[in-house]
Each structure stands twice: as C-alpha cells, then as structure tokens.
Design a protein. Structure first.
Lengths: 110, 152
C-alpha cells in the first residue's frame, strides 16, 4: 500500500498502489496538497494498481478535486477497474470527475 | 481476535476502535468466506465493500474513534444468506435522516457515502432501534445485484 508521485511535464501523476481507504486517505491528501502548495495545478491520480477505494477514499478525491479547482487546476482520474468504476457510477461521482481509461490517455492533451 | 464457532454463529470478532485494523479484519472475514459461494464477485466486492463501510462507520462515527471502545463483528452463513452484524459502543444514530449523497447538492461533499454504498450493494441493511448495530445480508442464491454492470 502506497503512493508513487512523478512529474510528467506540467502534470503531477500519483499512482495508488493497494487500497485507498480510511486508513491511508490522509497520506494521499497530504501528498497532493503539498504539490498544490508548491505550485502544481494539473494532477492525474491513477488506479491501475489499486484494488479498492472505500467511501472515505472517494471523499478524499472529492475534497482534493475541489481544492485543486479552487486554485485554478484540475484533477483527472485514470485506470479504474470494473469494481472501482461501479463505485463511481453508484455514487454518481463519474459525473464529477474526468475519468480516462489509462494514465497515458489522462496525460494526453492535459 | 476470533472466538470459537457456535451452531448459529460462524465467526465472531471483537475489534479495537482503530481504523488500521479494518483492512486486516475484512481480509480475515473474506478469507473465511471464500469457500462459501460460487458468486465470487458478489462476495468479493459487494460484501467486502459493505463490511468495510460498516466497520468504518462504527469506528469513526459510532465509537467516535475512542480507542477504549470496541466493535463487535458477527458473521454467519445460513441457507444461502451471508449475514454480518456490526455493533459499536456509541449512542447510535437515526439512519432515516442520512441524506442522499447522489443528490446534486450533496455530490461535492466529501462524506456521507458509506451507508449509501451498503444499501446499494447488499440485499438487506437493517439497524437495531438504538442505531448502534447494523446487519448486512448478502443472498448468495439470488440473482446478482452487479451482474452485467451496476444494479440489475
């Protein structure tokens, strides 16, 4: 379980490994907020290596998206598996985020 | 963590109020349930999500993160019904007043999706009168909620 942060030009890519749940959501929030405070405005969070996101994890993504938008930036998501996509559809959060099939697609034209 | 099996109770866990224990506890229950159904996705996804949310709610809101309080988890499988009862030591709440997180005014709020997910993914979700105990039921013989996508 962890987060890998890398820079792709102007875009900050965060890859979530394992699960994004109540036990580690603050770690992700802190990482992204530090980048935001450092001046980054374009973010992609990739879930290709993520097994599960709970409601707390979904909440952190909503919260981060709002904070990034307030700073004139954007948060995109990518690589949701079938289960994760179901969670986003059930909660209608698929209407709130721009979700790409892959991190490459998310980075394209960002 | 686990106590011995009784005829009507397949598994009983008593957990500390520590959110770090949730993942391990859910993994343990899922491991114990892995051989009880051919409906792997309903079990691995629906039940896992529901149980995780129930434990989170019990620790974060029920027990208010108080480490001196405990959460009791009772899991039973009988006649195709997988049932999990989660009890906290809090004052309880009224589940009927929890707002719909998918309504436009709530969509951007960071919390309030746990109970909604339980209700969407499990066949039955009920509370005791006090509001500090939730019972989740997954019917393993019925058609799948998630077959072919979201809700059938």
């Amino acid at each position: 379980m962890g987060f890998e942060v890398s820079q792709n030009g102007e875009v900050t890519l965060v890859e979530v490994e394992g699960q994004l749940i109540v036990g580690n959501r603050q770690e992700l929030k802190q990482q992204v907020l530090e980048q935001l405070e450092g001046g980054d405005r374009k973010f992609v969070i990739d879930f290709a290596k993520t097994g599960y996101i709970d409601s707390s994890g979904l909440g952190v993504l909503v919260s981060l998206s709002k904070k990034i938008r307030e700073q004139g930036g954007e948060l995109r998501l990518s690589s949701l598996n079938e289960d994760l996509r179901t969670l986003f559809e059930l909660t209608k959060l698929d209407t709130l985020f721009r979700i790409a099939d892959s991190k490459e697609q998310a980075l394209e034209g960002f | 963590m686990a106590t011995e099996r009784t005829p009507e109770q397949d598994l009983v866990l008593e957990l500390p109020t520590d959110i770090r224990s949730i993942e391990r506890a859910v993994d343990y229950v899922m491991q114990r349930c892995s051989s009880c159904s051919e409906q792997a996705r309903r079990l691995d996804f629906n039940f896992r999500v529901g149980l995780t949310e129930a434990l989170s709610n019990a620790m974060l809101y029920g027990n208010s993160r108080d480490p001196s309080k405990r959460v009791l988890v009772e899991v039973a499988l009988q006649r195709g019904r997988l049932e999990a009862r989660v009890t906290d030591q809090g004052a309880g709440f009224d589940p009927s007043v929890v707002p719909d997180p998918t309504s436009p005014e709530n969509l951007s709020k960071p919390c309030g999706r746990g109970l909604f997910l339980m209700r969407q993914l499990l066949d039955e979700v009920s509370f005791n009168d006090e509001g500090n105990q939730v019972t989740l039921v997954l019917k393993l013989e019925s058609g799948g909620i998630l077959e072919g996508g979201v809700q059938a």
